[in-house]
Design a protein around this ligand. Structure first.
Ligand SMILES: Nc1ncnc2c1ncn2[C@@H]1O[C@H](COP(=O)(O)OP(=O)(O)OP(=O)(O)O)[C@@H](O)[C@H]1O
Length: 573
């Protein structure tokens, strides 16, 4: 029961278009929900429920992962579609295949082989909360590494390697699962092998991924090292901390390591050496999967049957284990851009002169605010099927997070931290006190560092018009096309040029009720251009007042604004 069928074939992609097929007599799993008998839930992810199910035409047990698409936005769904296609085309005994994936009503259904023992995390939680013995770890990780080597060889980064994504079957085979956030190095026109999308689950996330500095497959090696610690201790380093603190600790601290004196089981030095090789902050120093497979630690690996006798023999069947919803949420911020806004005295925001926020702004020392913009994405205002197709809503949704930091600071000092005087800025609806969900006009409000921890998870929604303009506040008139897929090459270039200009321009952020502009609510800021090197590591103190003459650029949309903890709204995975 539950063993992965080596001859699998996917039927359709999420968009309904057939995926490339291989000429074989592999069974085809339909995309008709009526063909599946969905039984009890066997697991919960941050955005999915996984069910035990029977595929009736073949009377075959499968796992059905259901994802409520209404919780996602257009670009996330696109990403899901790509990644599910990657899964469906991967053929390796240590990589979980997708039999079929389809949308029914507002849910995405992903059909995969049923992995009878569940995830390694599930196994640990059920029977080994303080970690696994060495030979078991080596046997699990060697198989996972072989799956990862296959992905890397084929140009894919997994981006969410962790014990929760290592699924085990009843025969002791271990498969890498959940490409919910995996990504192809080759896609999106990015053929340089570097990605900038900020993805993963914080505790397992490599520092360069957090810094959005561009990363490659070595990010998986970091996650693999963290997973090794997880299997040896029962939990990932920093797992007791909230996501923001994990980001801060990962970026500013020395890499985590295995403290062999404090583990329940005894481990050879070779495990620690393997972990330390993976957890080097400089990704170029981390070994490749192929190299890692030659490490002496993997000599402790045994045949997969060993896992059956040592791990699975006395384990309750998956269906009988208690299943809880997960706490650790993966974070995903796609294509975000960080800019620094200078709210210094000379350039202070005159629009706030009469507002209740006047004092807090005008008495502030020169402060740089970091604003991360995520590419506008389309809301799922219509059905999920339409959202997956070419339907384009008239309104776009975007979001940004704003944090304050002293010029030249790095991420750690801009995160909520009572001991630093870094400040956060939220765009708040003027009506939010009494009507938190009403669209109103916005103001910029300083939050004292003492209240940042409480504010960190607050979300405020409002509608804003976002206008690049010249220094003399002449707002120009070019509209930015939002739908890249429908843009001609020349327009694309125009957009890129414009975005480049925008980075150097002065911005007005206008918030207004409904669609009517209210000049009195203009909030002007001076934009500091993003440094050429990763924003979070660079000196951002220099602000620019360079004039640009853009023939008009208005980005209009609804923005969801949060403090720096973007994971609360943007994760979706
Ligand atoms: N094919 C499968 N066979 C058996 N159990 C599965 C299968 N897929 C998932 N599960 C179980 O369901 C749980 C949830 O899976 P899911 O992939 O949604 O979440 P996750 O990867 O653990 O978390 P997240 O999505 O937050 O990263 C898994 O931890 C596992 O125990």
């Amino acid at each position: 029961m539950g063993s992965q069928d080596p001859s699998r074939r996917n039927s359709v992609g999420l968009s309904g278009s057939p995926l490339p097929t291989t000429p074989s007599d592999e069974p085809v799993f339909s995309s008709n929900i009526k063909d599946y008998d969905i039984l009890a839930p066997i697991g919960y992810g941050s955005s999915a429920v996984v069910y035990n199910a029977i595929y009736k035409p073949l009377n075959k047990q499968v796992a059905v992962k259901t994802i409520d698409l209404d919780r996602f936005e257009r670009n996330q769904i696109d990403e899901l579609r790509r990644e599910t296609q990657v899964m469906s085309l991967s053929k390796h005994e240590n990589v979980l295949r997708v039999h079929s994936a389809f949308v029914h009503e507002s849910k995405l259904y992903i059909i995969t082989p049923f992995m009878a023992a569940g995830s390694c995390l599930d196994i640990m939680k059920t029977a080994h909360p303080d970690g696994l013995e060495e030979a078991v770890i080596a046997t699990i990780l060697k198989q996972a590494l072989q799956g990862l080597a296959y992905l890397h060889k084929n140009g894919h980064i997994h981006r969410d390697v962790k014990a929760g994504n290592l699924l085990m079957d009843s025969d002791g085979s271990v498969l890498l699962a959940d490409f919910g956030v995996s990504s192809s190095l080759m896609e999106n026109g990015d053929r340089r092998g570097y990605r900038k999308t900020f993805v993963g689950t914080p505790c397992w996330m490599a520092p360069e991924v957090m810094e959005q500095a561009g990363y490659d497959y070595k990010a998986d090696i970091w996650s693999f090292g963290i997973t090794a610690i997880e299997l040896a201790t029962g939990h990932a380093p920093f797992s007791k901390y909230p996501p923001l603190k994990v980001l801060m600790l990962t970026i500013s601290n020395d890499p985590p390591t295995l403290d062999r004196d404090s583990t329940k089981h005894k481990y050879n030095r070779s495990l620690k050496e393997m972990i330390d090789a993976c957890l080097q902050k400089d990704p170029t120093k981390r070994p490749s999967t192929e190299k890692l497979l030659t490490f002496s630690f993997f000599k402790h690996a045994k045949k997969r049957e060993y896992l059956v006798s040592r791990l699975l023999a006395n384990l309750a069947p998956l269906q009988e284990r208690p299943h809880k919803r997960v706490q650790q949420k993966p974070i995903m911020i796609t294509k975000s851009i960080s800019w620094e806004f200078d709210f210094s005295e000379g350039e202070k925001d005159h629009s706030l002169e009469n507002s209740s926020q006047k004092d807090s702004v005008s008495h502030s020392p020169p402060t740089v605010k970091r604003v991360s913009f995520v590419d506008p994405i389309r809301p799922n205002t219509k059905s999920s099927e339409e959202a997956l197709g070419t339907d384009i809503g008239r309104r776009t949704v975007s979001r940004f997070s704003v944090v304050g930091s002293e010029p030249g600071s790095v991420l750690s000092s801009s995160l909520p931290n009572r001991s630093s005087d870094a400040s956060s800025v939220v765009m708040q609806s003027a009506l939010s006190q009494s009507h938190p969900n009403l669209s109103g006009f916005a103001s910029v409000q300083e939050i004292s560092s003492a209240t940042q921890d409480e504010e960190a998870s607050e979300q405020v929604k409002g509608r804003f018009t976002f206008k690049p303009c010249t220094r003399d506040k002449t707002v120009s008139n070019v509209s930015i096309e939002e739908d890249d897929s429908q843009m001609s090459e020349s327009k694309m270039r125009e957009k890129e040029n414009l975005e480049e200009l925008n980075r150097k321009s002065r911005f007005e952020i206008t918030a207004h009720p409904a669609d009517t502009e209210d000049p009195s609510s203009l909030v002007s800021v001076v934009l500091t251009p993003p440094p050429p090197v990763p924003v979070l590591q660079s000196d951002v103190s220099k602000s620019t007042t360079e004039q640009v003459s853009i023939p008009g650029a208005t980005k209009r949309g609804r923005f969801e604004v949060s403090s720096v903890d973007a994971s609360q709204k943007t994760n979706g995975f």
